[in-house]
Design a protein around this ligand. Structure first.
Ligand code: HEM
Length: 473
């Protein structure tokens, strides 16, 4: 109670958007235009921190890189808060939602499997799915096309094979699924589990979780039967290897983490690819430079980590796109110690929102912040950048474990696709409007016009598929 009263006193002193009695600011969560406006102008409107109210609970928004260094730089200062416990209902208890010993133990076990030398083994899967994705348009014409659902399907297939080790089938519950978190925040009485349990949403969520977990359990059984230590094919195989030597990594851990990785790597990557394509279609001169970089690569049958790492300009473009539209625009934490942010004391127990979206638009770190300019990420500019000013994958001990995986995947898909097609924006779709459900997305999708770069529609996909071993389910 004392911690709560301290935060209330702080919240009354700080500036923030106008709030309704009892509801506070929760209605804004479905007002994407307002969210975008606050996100873009926060520092000019409110200074270096501001408050909002989720019903009667104050949340403090923190976005200055020096403040983020204090909060995200150490796992002792903050922990994941009640919103992540709500996500337990969806993803189960995995790296994203856990705190303390459970999180530390699993992160330590899994981290080595995200070393670049191991990620290399996924590149075949990335490449095959990149060719499948691209060949859909070779077969079906050049548009205009809403590219979003094609990207999402490609990303789902890629994850299914690299995390679970099996291709997507009709039974896969990962094809659908809906996070209830934002709906619950918009109706804060649903944040009380006992009330939420009385609603049909609770039952839907329960069945969703059950099917995700049951399906993953079934796949794990298959992987166990096929397990061959000398050729680990997917992340579940690696989990089996961890469990062999670590008694504290149980079957439940494998399932919870399997579900977590499947959900963490989908919409985040899908949004990053879709928005990067949008910006490339809008900025032809940038697209030309990317094409120049990938033109020399022979991506038909193989691609290596070295080649992917050599695509420096493409990486700058992806980063600039993630700066403007970070797939995960808001994180949340509760402080476990008092912190002093330039003279403002945030007490233990204070809930904070951390917003990559706001940080990435701070004009004192990114001049002319709304301008799409990949040169911000040239090597010399990056050397001068505050390390906590660009945080699409978060930063510190709880950063995204999958960020290298994501960058390799995104680069593979984009380079194969852009080698085949020049893209422009479809008529009438020159702008996007944002919507938000834990990740950002383009309302109505991203519409592109495709222009084939080669007249001979080489069936690179089939050539590549011939070289890969078939999946033996
Ligand atoms: C563009 C793509 C991606 C973006 C922008 C992204 C962003 C993030 C962010 C911001 C966090 C921190 C979340 C928080 O603190 O609440 C995070 C955590 C995480 N991400 Fe990603 N992610 C991406 C792709 C992936 C992929 C492909 C995977 C898995 C293959 C993945 C797995 C995870 C996991 C397991 C965590 C929790 C890590 C921990 O707390 O130890 N992510 N990601």
């Amino acid at each position: 109670l004392r911690d709560y009263l301290r935060t209330i006193r702080l919240a009354f002193r700080l500036k923030g958007p106008p709030a309704l009695p009892i509801l506070g600011n929760v209605l804004t969560i479905n007002d994407f235009k307002k969210l975008e406006e606050y996100g873009t102008n926060a520092s000019q409107m409110y200074g270096s921190i501001f408050r909002c109210w989720i019903s009667i609970v104050p949340f403090i928004w923190v976005y200055e890189p020096n403040h983020l260094k204090i909060i995200l730089g150490s796992s002792k200062i903050s922990r994941k808060n009640v919103f992540y416990s709500i996500l337990h209902n969806f993803v189960g208890e995995g790296l994203i939602t856990n705190n303390g010993y459970k999180w530390r133990k699993n992160r330590k076990h899994i981290q080595p499997y995200f070393h670049i030398s191991i990620l290399e083994s996924y590149i075949d899967v990335f490449l095959e799915n990149a060719h499948k994705f691209t060949s859909e348009f070779i077969k079906n014409g050049e548009g205009p096309v809403n590219i979003t659902s094609f990207i999402n399907r490609c990303v789902l297939n890629t994850l299914h094979e690299s995390i679970l080790g099996v291709p997507v089938d009709d039974e896969s519950p990962y094809r659908k699924g809906e996070v209830m978190l934002t709906q619950r925040i918009a109706r804060p009485w649903l944040l009380l589990q006992s009330i939420f349990n009385l609603t049909p949403f609770a039952e839907k969520e329960y069945h969703q979780k059950l099917s995700l977990h049951n399906y993953t359990r079934k796949v794990l059984e298959i992987r166990k039967k096929e397990y061959d230590k000398s050729s680990l094919r997917c992340l579940l195989d690696m989990f089996i290897e961890i469990a062999e030597t670590n008694k504290d990594f149980s079957e439940e851990d494998m399932i919870n983490e399997g579900v977590t990785f499947m959900l963490a790597g989908q919409d985040s990557v899908g949004a990053a690819i879709a928005f990067t394509l949008f910006f490339l279609a809008k900025h032809q001169e940038v697209q030309d430079k990317v094409y120049e970089e990938i033109d020399n690569l022979r991506t038909e049958s193989m691609i290596t980590v070295t080649q992917l790492n050599s695509m420096k300009y493409l990486e700058q473009v992806i980063k600039e796109s993630l700066r403007l539209i970070p797939s995960v625009p808001i994180l949340s934490r509760v402080l476990t110690e008092d912190v002093n942010l330039d003279g403002e004391i945030l007490g233990r127990g204070t809930n904070v929102f951390i917003s990559p979206f706001i940080t990435h638009r701070l004009p004192h770190y990114f001049p002319d912040p709304l301008k799409f300019d990949p040169d911000r990420f040239s090597q010399e500019n990056v050397e001068r950048m505050h390390p906590y000013s660009f945080i699409p994958f978060s930063i510190g001990p709880r950063n995204c474990i999958g960020y290298k995986f994501a960058l390799l995947e995104i680069k593979t898909i984009l380079s194969v696709f852009l080698k085949q097609f020049r893209i422009t924006l479809a008529e009438g779709h020159e702008n996007y409007s944002l919507s938000y459900r834990v990740t950002l997305r383009a309302k109505g999708g991203i519409w592109l016009q495709l222009h084939s770069r080669t007249q001979t529609s080489s069936t690179a996909e089939s050539r590549h598929a011939e070289q890969r071993k078939p999946w033996n389910l």
